[in-house]
Design a protein around this ligand. Sequence first.
Ligand SMILES: NC(=O)c1ccc[n+]([C@@H]2O[C@H](COP(=O)([O-])OP(=O)(O)OC[C@H]3O[C@@H](n4cnc5c(N)ncnc54)[C@H](OP(=O)(O)O)[C@@H]3O)[C@@H](O)[C@H]2O)c1
Length: 205
Amino acid sequence: MNSISIIGVGTMASALADRALAGGHAVEIIGRDPAKAKQSAAALDGATVGTAGTTPAGDIVILAVPYASAAAVVSQYGDALEGKVVVDITNPITPDAKGFVTPEGSSGAQEIAKAAPAGAHVVKAFNTLFRDVLAAGGPLDVFLAGDDDQAKASVTAFIESLGLTPRDVGDLSMAHWLEGAGLLSVGLARYGVGNLDFSLGVNAR
Ligand SMILES: NC(=O)c1ccc[n+]([C@@H]2O[C@H](COP(=O)([O-])OP(=O)(O)OC[C@H]3O[C@@H](n4cnc5c(N)ncnc54)[C@H](OP(=O)(O)O)[C@@H]3O)[C@@H](O)[C@H]2O)c1
């Protein structure tokens, strides 16, 4: 069992919290609005409420906020994230879903890592899964990327504990391509598939 903190009280936060609780983890919900965090935790069976800006209880801290806020949120926590595994689930894509808002040659995860203290390890994961697909349960592939082997091992074990299959794609520079897979998913939802009820995965022979 891990202790997981989730920053954000939106749709991805609740889907991840639900699955983490079902996987036997202790889950802490942290919102910038304490009333919303309390309400969100109350709707989940067994989650606790944390205080924004202070040291999260979890060893794994999932950043479930929009990309536009993510680096600022990480900066706000600052040294409180020292030693934590920070999971970046964001999709830093333009409003027309045709490109990225990140600097050329970088990725959302790498920009977030720049804002994190040196002792925190950012792992990109879960960004290719639509909220309702994640919430529906069942086996899914979860792509992840990160520079620190121990942090990736910790996220890998967490993913497995949710009944999901971790698919490591390499170091954090590969996060750009996972964010591309997020963009690809939006394109498929709009065109080739026509809805959000699907996931990308590996078909191994
Ligand atoms: N939805 C999906 O299917 C999906 C799939 C894969 C990845 N993602 C990614 O997951 C992340 C969350 O998406 P979502 O759909 O859960 O969004 P959402 O429902 O809009 O929730 C976003 C949450 O972020 C919080 N937030 C925003 N700015 C903040 C700040 N400066 N400080 C603290 N909290 C802040 C909001 O707090 P308030 O409630 O107080 O406004 C809200 O709780 C995004 O980065 C998105 O790209 C989403």
